[in-house]
Design a protein around this ligand. Structure first.
Ligand code: SAH
Length: 200
């Protein structure tokens, strides 16, 4: 597997058919997903590891981890419609070591070696991103999490509070498709940052 091969595979996955605004269902684009997963892979955090993808959506991050040799990946998602696409994607990619967990992130209690997540950004549902970070910190010692750049102080504060340090931060201009009627431009880009957080 190469990074561009990974991007091509991930670009074939089905995305949200009817994204829900209140749940901030924005899927990670395949280029960004391949880049961040490749980075995590190079850090030695994916291959042979148990991964949890919190708020898995249609599965692009968790499925990518499986393609990069994760031992197992939990895909935690509470939206039944997203889960329909998630199941299809797992089948199409012939992934055998993914486990879909249909539940709220808050009640997921399995341990993992690493969490990889693109949580709701917390702009519609306030503090949704806090819930995801808190959960991630409680189940794994290494956390990869995507956040809007404007929320940097918030991410830094909770990390510090929970004894995690930011080992890396990578900026992406993530394309958001005009899936919601209020989006005027066809493709709008938002500045996000991937954090690698490690338990001290
Ligand atoms: N990880 C996917 C989806 C990101 S969008 C990707 O990168 O493309 C965030 C996802 O979190 C959505 O699918 C949404 O339904 C899910 N979600 C939001 N709140 C949740 C909660 N409390 N428990 C489980 N899933 C949740």
């Amino acid at each position: 597997m190469t990074k561009s091969g990974l991007a091509i595979s991930l670009s074939r996955l089905e995305s949200f058919s009817d994204p829900k605004l209140m749940k901030e269902q924005y899927s990670t684009d395949s280029e960004t997903a391949a880049d961040l997963l490749w980075f995590a892979y190079m850090q030695g955090d994916i291959e042979t590891k148990v991964i949890a993808d919190l708020g898995a959506g249609t599965g692009i991050l968790g499925i990518g981890c499986c393609l990069l040799g994760a031992k197992k990946c939990y895909l935690v998602e509470n939206d039944p419609e997203a889960i329909i696409s998630l199941k299809k994607n797992i089948e199409v990619m012939q992934i055998k070591n993914a486990e879909i967990v249909e539940s709220d992130v808050a009640s997921f209690a399995k341990k993992a070696d690493a969490v990889v997540q693109n949580p709701p950004f917390g702009t519609k549902a306030r503090h949704a991103d806090r819930e995801f970070l808190e959960k991630a910190f409680s189940i794994a010692k290494v956390v990869y999490s995507l956040h809007k750049s404007s929320t940097r102080k918030f991410v830094e504060a909770i990390a510090k509070d929970r004894g995690f340090s930011i080992t890396n931060r990578i900026k992406y201009m993530m394309p958001l498709k005009a899936t919601h009627s209020f989006h005027r431009k066809k493709i709008q880009r938002i500045e996000v940052e991937l954090y690698r957080l490690k338990s001290a």
